[in-house]
Design a protein around this ligand. Structure first.
Ligand code: FAD
Length: 423
């Protein structure tokens, strides 16, 4: 029998990402009980995952305990479990470990996952960059490959140090820039016996340009900033097949590379498909202007899983942390409004600009009215906007200290490998 809600209305929030946290926070003063469920016991700050993969930041700077975020909110209880099914008809969610739970209101913020678009060998051999686990796995793999080549230099010609990055959007470009800084600033000193000039970092983009969402002058700046850092940018090329040591491009070129980072695409959580709701590109759930799902005014979808049209501009909002946080907060406010007997309101997004970093002191920003910024000022703007997204004041302080320290010292303290077979 599903556990039933007794007493106050129960709001079940699925996912402790930006969307889920935003919704829970806005229900602080509402007369409801909130259950927030995530398969992890931490919130992941995805915009800084590259810094974990390239040893600039420790995992604790990017993952924050979810329970800790709600110590001051007695109406929220955090549960760690995997959601396995959502039955909108029965108002019920099922889980991997515990029995089903019913809800009076549901907020779905389960995010997205990597989409390999069926490229041969990608699911088995590519390194995605979406979770904290992905970042740590990539970091361990790269350290292991450099260590192996240091012991056996013949591996260099075989591509042990080479990295191919797929996708010229923010994930691919930011990964390429971060890896280039790790290679050129740290590994050249860590591994003086290895030929740094033979360690290739290749960014492959199927379209004619990188950063297609930005204006031409920002695209040109980003390409040059990458090239200045020693990244080879290949546009108009796509990856056809991947093995552990080789990457085959569509034109038949075979690249020797023991590492392929996948930054080429996302699709919504597979649970989106089980809702019976309208799905849009990337299997995202289409939502009504107030973020509820059609014919289910008690169910809201927010963040990367949702296809949200901005009520102000009529455009579909991108999968960004700021969109997820604001949408989550809006869904929370709409639930509180409904509880207070008021009508829900259409979501209005406050756009602080589209931005991406390329490396230390190099970034691009495009504001929605068309103004642009690049270089150091854009890097600082990126920092300011993203610091505001961090969960707590303590996280913000830690990030500022870590970044500032890394900026001055160029130190990457996480550059050690710990393996399971150590005693
Ligand atoms: C590498 C990278 C860099 C990025 N950089 C930026 C940036 O610079 N600026 C920016 O604005 N945005 C950036 N983004 C995008 C931004 O991080 C996302 O848009 C945002 O995290 C979406 O929030 P969300 O709450 O929808 O989903 P998520 O943050 O993905 O949270 C979803 C949560 O649901 C949980 N979950 C998923 N499935 C289940 C399940 N079955 N059961 C239980 N729990 C589940 C997950 O554990 C996760 O905690 C970046 C993303 C990536 C991957």
């Amino acid at each position: 029998m599903p556990e039933r809600s007794k007493g106050r209305p129960r709001v079940v929030i699925l996912g402790g990402g930006f969307g889920g946290i935003g919704a829970a926070r806005k229900l602080k003063d509402a007369d409801v009980d909130v259950v927030l469920v995530d398969e992890h016991d931490y919130h992941t700050f995805q915009p800084l995952l590259y810094q974990v993969a390239t040893d600039l930041l420790d995992t604790s700077s990017v993952g924050h305990p979810l329970r800790d975020l709600f110590h001051d909110q007695p109406n929220v209880s955090v549960k760690q479990d995997a959601v396995t099914g959502i039955d909108l008809g029965k108002h019920q969610v099922s889980f991997k470990e515990v029995g089903p739970r019913t809800y009076d209101y549901l907020v779905i913020g389960l995010g997205a996952r990597v989409n390999f678009f069926g490229v041969e060998g990608a699911a088995e051999h590519a390194f995605p960059m979406y979770t904290l686990y992905d970042a740590v796995t990539l970091r361990t793999h790269i350290l292991e490959r450099w260590g192996a080549a240091d012991r056996d230099p013949s591996l260099v010609a075989d591509g042990a140090l080479n990295v191919v990055i797929v996708g010229g959007g923010p994930t691919g470009v930011e990964s390429a820039g971060a890896l280039a800084e790790l290679y050129r600033n740290e590994f050249d000193k860590d591994y003086p016996d290895l030929p740094q000039d033979q360690a290739r970092i290749i960014l492959v983009e199927a379209g004619p340009v990188i950063f297609s969402m930005f204006k031409k002058k920002l695209q040109t700046y980003a390409k040059k900033a990458l090239e200045d850092r020693g990244v080879e940018v290949m546009t108009g090329e796509s990856v056809k097949a991947i093995t552990p040591t080789r990457v085959t491009l569509a034109d038949g070129t075979v690249l020797n590379a023991h590492t392929l980072v996948w930054g080429a695409g996302l699709e919504a959580s597979p649970l989106a498909g089980s809702l019976g709701a309208e799905l849009q590109r990337g299997n995202r759930v289409a939502v009504e202007p107030d973020l509820s799902i059609a014919e289910h005014p008690e169910v809201f979808a927010v963040g990367d899983i949702a296809w949200i049209t901005d009520a102000k501009t009529g455009r579909v909002l991108p999968q960004l942390g700021s969109v997820a946080l604001q949408a989550g907060e809006w869904a929370g406010k709409n639930i509180a409004r409904r509880q207070a007997g008021k009508k829900t309101e259409p979501f209005e997004y406050t756009d602080k600009g589209t931005m991406a970093t390329i490396g230390r002191g190099a970034a691009v920003v495009q504001f929605h009215r068309g103004r642009t910024m690049k270089g150091e000022p854009a890097f600082l703007a990126w920092g300011a906007v993203h610091l505001a997204l961090l969960s707590t004041g303590e996280d913000r302080a830690k990030a500022v200290v870590d970044w500032t320290w890394a900026g001055f010292s160029h130190e990457r303290p996480g550059r050690i490998s710990v393996s399971a077979d150590e005693e």
